[in-house]
Structure formats: structure tokens, C-alpha cells
Design a protein around this ligand. Structure first.
Ligand SMILES: NC(=O)C1=CN([C@@H]2O[C@H](COP(=O)(O)OP(=O)(O)OC[C@H]3O[C@@H](n4cnc5c(N)ncnc54)[C@H](O)[C@@H]3O)[C@@H](O)[C@H]2O)C=CC1
Ligand SMILES: CCCCCC(=O)/C=C/[C@H]1[C@H](O)CC(=O)[C@@H]1CCCCCCC(=O)O
Length: 143
């Protein structure tokens, strides 16, 4: 894909979650994996810029979205010992609200169309819609 390897360049969007930016007591492994997605995205975005790959790599962090994945909360075989906390997660869903997938699609199109976006961490919530995580100067790699 990268231009310096015979490719045509392009845009990659990695799917993280708000649980990749905040602790998630009831899903620690999921949260760790989503934190990893953000760290990887920002790192490889910096490398792509330094190496003139002609590829932009960004991440999206939605809150709860109305997809079949949410049904997994109701299944003990998926939740394991954390099943006992399912009502707390459902309370959080009521508090945060549940997003329509079309808003996630819009956010992704925005990232595809914005030629300046690389290493961005887009957050999508019912209260604030599409917005971005801001990182301090010391947390920014030059991209
Ligand atoms: N639904 C939600 O509330 C949120 C979801 N996300 C993230 O969004 C992403 C998509 O999730 P949803 O659409 O909600 O889930 P989903 O369960 O509705 O859809 C996931 C899709 O991935 C496919 N899939 C699973 N394993 C695969 C594999 N190894 N190779 C190829 N395809 C595979 C499944 O067949 C399914 O079509 C996930 O990374 C999830 O963590 C992030 C924030 C909130
Ligand atoms: C504020 C957290 C938003 C999380 C959005 C998300 O990625 C949801 C994913 C759920 C998936 O549908 C199945 C799960 O088990 C995930 C639950 C994530 C639980 C978040 C719990 C937050 C907490 O413990 O504080």
C-alpha cells in the first residue's frame, strides 16, 4: 500500500473505542486491547509520515453503538466472570446513550476526506457527536 514500496497510498482507519481512552472496570482486557489500537495507530502514523508512505492512519473511538456486539453483554459464555456486572454496563449504556452506526460511518468518511488527518483519535459520543482527543505537546510525536 505504501508509495515507497510500489503501492498507491491510501487511508487506514483502525477501530478502537472510548474504552481505549478510559479505564473500563467491567471489561479490562477489551479496554487494554483498545488502548493498544490507539498507541499502535499513533505510532505507525508517525512512521508513515517520517517514511513518506503516502498512507494516513487514524483511529475511531465510539461510545456504545447499536450493533449485534452489544448483545454479547447478555451472554454469560461471552462475559465469563464479568457477567455479574452486566446490569452495571447496561446502566452505563442508558447514561451514555447508544449511537446509530450511521454516525460512525460519517466519522470515517470525514477521516478519509480530510487529507490533513494522520494519527488522529476521533471520539464519537451521543453528547458531543464527532470530536477529537487532544494530546499535550509532550505526548505528540511529530507527524
Ligand atoms: N458496538 C459497540 O458498542 C462498539 C463497537 N466498537 C468496535 O467496533 C468494531 C466493530 O464492532 P461491531 O460492529 O459493534 O461488532 P459486530 O459484532 O456487530 O460485528 C463484528 C463483525 O466482525 C466480524 N468478525 C469477527 N471476527 C472476525 C475475523 N477474525 N475476521 C473477519 N471478520 C471478523 C464478524 O463476523 C462481524 O460481522 C469492534 O472492533 C468493536 O470493538 C467500538 C465501540 C463501541
Ligand atoms: C465508556 C465505554 C464505552 C465502550 C464502548 C464499547 O466499546 C462497548 C463495547 C461493549 C461490547 O458491545 C461488548 C462489551 O462487552 C463491551 C462493553 C464495554 C464495557 C465498558 C464498561 C465500562 C466500565 O467498566 O467502566
Amino acid at each position: 500500500m505504501r508509495k515507497n514500496n510500489g503501492g498507491h497510498g491510501g487511508v487506514i482507519i483502525n477501530i478502537s473505542s472510548l474504552a481505549g481512552l478510559t479505564p473500563a472496570a467491567y471489561q479490562p482486557v477489551y479496554s487494554a486491547s483498545k488502548h493498544g489500537v490507539i498507541g499502535f495507530t499513533r505510532s505507525i502514523a508517525a512512521l508513515a509520515s517520517i517514511g513518506n508512505y503516502g498512507v494516513r492512519i487514524n483511529s475511531v473511538c465510539p461510545a456504545f453503538v447499536d450493533t449485534p456486539l452489544l448483545e454479547s453483554i447478555e451472554k454469560e459464555e461471552n462475559m465469563g466472570e464479568l457477567f455479574k456486572y452486566k446490569d452495571r454496563i447496561k446502566d452505563m449504556m442508558k447514561c451514555y446513550g447508544v449511537l446509530d452506526p450511521s454516525l460512525i460511518a460519517k466519522g470515517m468518511i470525514d477521516l478519509i476526506e480530510d487529507d490533513a488527518s494522520n494519527g488522529a483519535v476521533m471520539k464519537i459520543t451521543t453528547s458531543r457527536g464527532i470530536h477529537f482527543e487532544e494530546f499535550g505537546v509532550q505526548q505528540k510525536t511529530k507527524i
